[in-house]
Design a protein around this ligand. Structure first.
Ligand SMILES: C[S@@+](CC[C@H](N)C(=O)[O-])C[C@H]1O[C@@H](n2cnc3c(N)ncnc32)[C@H](O)[C@@H]1O
Length: 241
């Protein structure tokens, strides 16, 4: 397949996103906190695109208990896990109602990333996050413009994305031994990601490409870090001028 089977992947997603298996993803959470602290930003409104199972949202809810979190994801099984994780602080379970306003601090949006970004009001957010989700936006220039438009001046955008496709044979033996029951679904997701990249459905970016794209959209590119060759990921922050 050229698209990841997200409903199937949702069944093992948290397991393979643990600190043991995905330490750099967890490091990204703290990195964002540090960047916001440096700028003395105490965000009141945060938007996460492709929030998945709510792993980062749970951290945000803990760090910024008074903030409103807009959590957007296209796949209900992912959002279902996020809702269950965040249930104690969740006020509105219905996706339609949540998009219409109200007092909920956690707002779930079951929607496509590009469409959701295009629908956002101007200047309402202090931070926008793409954690392992920038690669899947369909129209990157338009999505970048929309994400920056959604930020207030001085607001910050953060992204963390894979650098290359995954070398599945390199981890096959390890996970076959360690995770015999769960590995087939994770393996399928990695192979589907690779096929999606080959088909042009998912995009991988160099530092220069990201910088050019976000600068053209009107952002001021800030810290950039690549985890290569230790990890297959890079991260960047962009400030709304
Ligand atoms: C790799 S996961 C990342 C989840 C989370 N941000 C994390 O790092 O744990 C990508 C997420 O994007 C969602 N997704 C896939 N295509 C999407 C689209 N077109 N619009 C919005 N979300 C999408 C998937 O359902 C999945 O939850």
């Amino acid at each position: 397949m050229v698209e990841i089977d997200w409903p199937s992947y949702a069944r093992v997603y948290d397991h393979f996103s643990s600190e043991e298996y995905a330490p750099l993803v967890h490091d990204f959470y703290g990195w964002i906190l540090d960047r916001l602290d440096e700028r003395e930003i105490e965000p009141a409104t945060i938007i996460e695109i492709g929030c998945g199972t709510g792993l980062f949202a749970a951290k945000l809810a803990e760090w910024y208990p008074d903030a409103t979190l807009h959590l957007a994801d296209k796949n209900a099984p992912m959002l279902d896990v996020a809702r269950a994780r965040l249930a104690p602080t969740q006020a509105e379970p219905d996706a339609e109602a949540e998009t219409q306003g109200g007092a909920a601090r956690l707002r779930f949006h079951e929607t496509d990333a590009d469409r959701f970004l295009a629908s956002l009001p101007d200047g309402g957010a202090d931070a926008v996050v793409f954690c392992r989700s920038w690669y899947l936006v369909a129209d990157p220039p338009a999505a970048a413009r929309a994400a920056l438009r959604a930020l207030r001046p001085g607001g910050m955008l953060f992204l963390y994305d894979p650098l290359t496709t995954y070398d599945v044979p390199a981890v096959e033996t390890f996970f076959t031994v360690r995770e015999p029951a769960r590995w087939p679904l994770f393996r399928a997701a990695l192979l589907d990601f690779n096929a999606g990249v080959a088909a042009g459905r998912y995009r991988l970016y160099s530092r220069d490409e990201l910088t050019a794209l976000w600068t053209a959209a009107g952002g001021a590119v800030g810290t950039y870090e690549s985890h290569a060759p230790v990890g297959n990921a890079h991260r960047m922050c962009v400030e709304k001028r």
